[in-house]
Design a binder for this molecule. Structure first.
Ligand code: NAP
Length: 277
């Protein structure tokens, strides 16, 4: 089912537009095996992008989950802004590689804007790439003005993505950041695509879900991925949620669905500063 939806990235890799988030995984020993099973099931279904971060304190769990599938997984991790000096970025990456138990990270992101100059972080990213420790680098939680700066810095045009908050209830990025990324053919990674579960009881979403005989999460995810260039990374802590989410790849929203969603969750008509971190 994912075959015709595979998404090309700048270096020729392909990922499923539906990835797997992991924030808050690894917090409970009792849930560990279920979370590993959920991630592995998602990978087996074809959801090959797995997103973690040094901040999530779960890279060991994620590494264990992806190890049997390493070659087909597209592994994403992130450096904390407080570590994102030149030396700090390189060291943080080494630590992530050790915790993940892998020789390379497919995509390494600056988690959000911090106090270290972008020039330093980018220089480290470029070197990590040359050393084969990461395949691509990108950023997260950066608004349009920062993206414009990033791509003009030495090495900055290698930035592969911006991972941002995007879901039906948080559409601000549609006004300028998404068009900016689209013009550069830069994919956007949508985090919290079901708003950490908050969207799921919304009346309109529930009604549209009923039309499709599907759970609301599938509608929220199908909407997030409705246009090319967007990769959604929901976090699902069990196999049932993984399977639910996977089926969103087969949902075709109708004109009526899209109209109703636009009415309930209006698109931005002016600049809204990026929400999130
Ligand atoms: P999310 O994916 O919008 O929502 C996760 C919540 O939804 C969990 O409570 C999960 O419950 C529930 N859920 C998932 N599938 C469901 C389904 N089919 N039916 C009902 N409930 C379902 O929120 P998120 O975790 O904030 O965002 C996703 C990922 O994006 C994160 O895990 C992380 O990898 C990334 N992220 C990045 C940043 C950043 O700054 N770059 C910030 C936030 C998140 P269960 O766990 O019980 O399945």
């Amino acid at each position: 089912m994912t075959g015709n939806r595979l998404f090309p990235l700048p270096d020729g890799a392909t990922v499923c537009p539906l990835g797997q988030g992991t924030w808050r995984m690894g917090q409970s020993a009792a849930r560990r095996q279920e979370e590993i099973r959920a991630l592995r099931h998602g990978i087996e279904l074809g959801m090959n992008l797995v997103d973690t971060a040094e901040m999530y304190d779960n890279e060991e769990l994620v590494g264990e989950a992806v190890r049997p599938y390493r070659e087909k997984v597209f592994l994403v991790s992130k450096v904390l802004p407080s570590n994102a000096s030149y030396r700090g970025t390189k060291l943080a990456c080494e630590h992530s590689l050790l915790r993940l138990g892998t020789e390379y990270i497919d995509l390494y992101l600056l988690h959000w804007k911090g106090c270290h100059p972008y020039e330093e972080t980018i220089r480290a990213m470029v070197e990590l790439r040359q050393e084969g420790k990461i395949r691509m680098w990108g950023v997260s939680n950066l608004d349009t003005a920062d993206m414009e700066r990033i791509v003009l810095l030495p090495g900055g045009n290698g930035c592969a993505t911006d991972q941002v908050l995007y879901n039906l209830g948080d559409r601000g990025v549609e006004f300028d950041l998404m068009p900016w990324c689209a013009a550069r053919r830069m994919p956007v990674m949508a985090y919290s695509p079901i708003s950490e579960g908050r969207l799921l009881r919304h009346r309109t979403l529930v009604e549209i879900a009923r039309r499709h005989d599907a759970p609301p999460a599938q509608i929220a995810l199908a909407w997030t991925m409705r246009q090319p260039g967007i990769i959604a990374i929901p976090k699902a802590g069990n196999v049932t949620h993984v399977e639910d989410n996977f089926r969103s790849l087969s949902i075709n929203l109708t004109e009526e669905d899209l109209y109703d969603l636009d009415t309930a969750f209006p698109a931005p008509i002016r600049k809204i500063p990026l929400a999130g971190w």
